[in-house]
Each structure stands twice: as C-alpha cells, then as structure tokens.
Design a protein around this ligand. Structure first.
Ligand SMILES: NC(=O)c1ccc[n+]([C@@H]2O[C@H](COP(=O)([O-])OP(=O)(O)OC[C@H]3O[C@@H](n4cnc5c(N)ncnc54)[C@H](OP(=O)(O)O)[C@@H]3O)[C@@H](O)[C@H]2O)c1
Length: 311
C-alpha cells in the first residue's frame, strides 16, 4: 500500500473486498470518512457483497469493481485514481504442515519463512505468501511505490461475510467441539479490528516503512482450547484433538515495531468475547445441554486453571 499524502480522506482501493479482513477494513475506512473502491472477482454477485452494502456510509462512498489476481492487468481500472491500495486478496487454502521441532525462536520483521522448508513440507499457502511478498517488494522498489506490509497472525473476531471465511469457519468449528484445530500448531492471535486499524495506521503514518507484525498473543492449540473451555463453559469446546499435535518450534512474536507506532493489540479475551457474541447472534454456536442432577461429567470436562497464564 502507498502512504496517504493528503490530510483529506481520499479514495482508496481494497482488493479481495468481500473477505474477512477486507470487510472489517472497509467498515473502518468508511467510518473514518474514506471513499472505498473494493475490488472483487464478481461485482455482479450482490448476495456475496450484501454485508458490505449494509455498512454505514457504503451507499454514499463504496464502489465495487472487478479484479482477479489470476488475470493480468485486471486491477488497472480498480486502482486508477486511488491514493492508496490495501491489497488483501488471496486464495486461502487449508494448511498442510509437518514441521519439525526446534528451540525457542524470536520472530520479528526481519524473519522470513524458508522457501526450502515450505516446499519440502508442501506448505503451499505460506510459500505463496513469501513469494508474492518478495515480488511486491521488488516491484515497489523498481516503480518507486511506497509499500508497507502488515503481517497479521491468526485473525479472530466478528466475520462480516457469510458464509464465514475459512479461518473464521475453523474457529466456529473449534467452538462447536471440532477436534481438527491442532493442525495449526502454536500460533499468534489477533483481533480483526486491530488488523484493520494497523493497516490504516501504517497508511496514515508517513514515517511507517517496511514490515509490521500485528499480533496480540501466542498459544499452542492445547493452551488455547483449555483457555476457551474455562472461559466459555456454556459452549461445547473439546479439549481433545483428533490428531497428535504437530511439534512446532516455540516461537515468540516481537510486536514492538507496531506498538511504537501506537497500536496495542486487544488481548485474547476481547477478541474471543467479540467473536463469540457475533457467532452467537448469528445462531452459529451450539450450547452445552443443561446438566440434569443425574448427568455425570464428560471425558472433556476441563480443569479450571487457565494454562494461558504462562504464555
Ligand atoms: N485470516 C487470517 O487469519 C489471516 C492471517 C494472516 C494473514 N491473512 C491474510 O489476510 C488476507 C485476507 O485474509 P482473509 O482471512 O480475509 O481471507 P478471505 O476471507 O478468504 O478473503 C480473501 C478474499 O480474496 C478474494 N480472492 C480469492 N481468490 C482471488 C483471486 N484469484 N483474485 C482476486 N481475489 C481473490 C476473495 O474475494 P472474492 O471471492 O469476492 O473475489 C476473498 O474474499 C490474505 O492475504 C491472507 O493471506 C489472513
């Protein structure tokens, strides 16, 4: 994305506009007074974009145009005349991974995943993210484009698009007792509102440059489900997983660069409270059946100690 050069809120383009992150970003941009041109693959599909048209300010300041990552030149019209571009479009696929354990690693904006590793373990999504970001940096350098990259961890929070996006569906499944989440391994988590706010912050801060990790807190799948089961005992959260948990390197994310710019990410309880109230309002979460005096504990009955205290 390029920096905002004027004080007035001009027109910005958001690619992949119907997506989880993009929809929340568009909500914030409209709230802040921007005119937004959203690029989607099928602007005629009103149903898919209905949640965008329902946003405050959308009728006056949102426009949806066509753009497809796989069609060269198809974003030319979408970005023409825009002061900035928020590029969030991506084909999200489920992750296949089998990484090997390692020592504690501290990751910052200088850290890049290994292309060799991603290829060897067929982690195609991550590989695509590395290669496309590297291309973006080369292109920005050659064409003097002011590029800043926001690197969110796993995004949690209200998901405006329906059907839910893939990662939001994974969380919904987890909250409904699904046992497949372990495949994600140890991850950072961040509120979708912080991801959107981080994008706008780096756009509006002329001194912002390079890459920014945007994440609140890390947790292993086991730590996460135990925390969630303790905090939301009315939900059918399982603390067991179908598969053996992958042995992930114990990394910590260094987020001081974004904090120095003024963004402190909301903690885990806020992101899951917001996510869960949203999913409950939509009727997408199952409650545990009320216990009768004769019913006994289930094998998944969790301990009351939060394991996240040490995270
Ligand atoms: N969700 C997370 O936890 C997370 C974490 C870190 C980074 N990210 C990154 O954040 C960005 C947004 O993620 P998200 O979770 O919001 O994903 P999402 O809900 O799946 O949204 C991605 C959007 O990209 C568009 N898209 C897919 N294939 C496309 C193509 N060939 N050409 C043009 N557009 C295409 C889709 O819009 P249409 O179908 O309407 O065209 C879709 O709505 C991605 O770059 C992702 O890698 C996400």
């Amino acid at each position: 994305m390029g920096h905002s050069t004027e004080k007035s809120k001009g027109t910005v383009c958001v690619t992949g506009a119907t997506g989880f992150v993009a929809s929340w970003l568009i909500k914030c941009l409209l709230q802040d007074g921007y005119r937004v041109r959203g690029a989607v693959r099928d602007p005629e599909n009103y149903e898919k974009a209905a949640h965008l048209w329902a946003l405050s300010g959308a009728k006056e300041r949102l426009q949806l145009v066509k753009g497809d990552l796989l069609v060269e030149g198809s974003y030319d019209a979408a970005v023409a005349g825009c002061e900035g571009v928020f590029h969030t479009a991506a084909a999200l696929v489920r992750i296949k991974s089998d990484p090997k354990p390692g020592a504690v690693t501290y990751l910052d904006e200088y850290s890049w995943s290994s292309i060799f590793f991603c290829t060897k373990y067929q982690i195609w999504y991550s590989l695509a993210k590395i290669l496309s970001e590297q291309e973006a940096w080369k292109f920005a350098f050659l064409h003097s484009i002011d590029l800043v990259v926001v690197l969110p961890s796993f995004v949690i929070g209200p998901c405006l698009p329906y059907p839910l996006s893939k990662t939001a569906q994974d969380i919904c499944d987890l909250l409904n007792g699904g046992r497949n989440f372990g495949i994600h391994g140890r991850m950072g988590y961040v509120h979708v509102d912080d991801v959107a706010r981080a994008h706008i912050l780096v756009y509006e801060t002329p001194s912002a440059q390079g890459r920014y990790i945007c994440s609140a807190q890390e947790a292993t799948p086991q730590e996460l489900v135990q925390y969630l089961a303790d905090r939301y005992p009315h939900l059918q959260i399982s603390t067991k997983f179908n598969d053996e948990l992958p042995k992930m390197p114990y990394y910590k994310l260094n987020t001081t660069k974004l904090q120095r710019l003024g963004l402190n990410c909301k903690p885990l309880d806020v992101m899951f409270d917001d996510c869960i109230s949203f999913l409950e309002e939509k009727g997408l979460l199952k409650r545990k059946p009320e216990k009768t005096p004769t019913s006994s504990s289930t094998p998944d009955e969790h301990s009351k100690d939060s394991v996240l205290q040490n995270v």
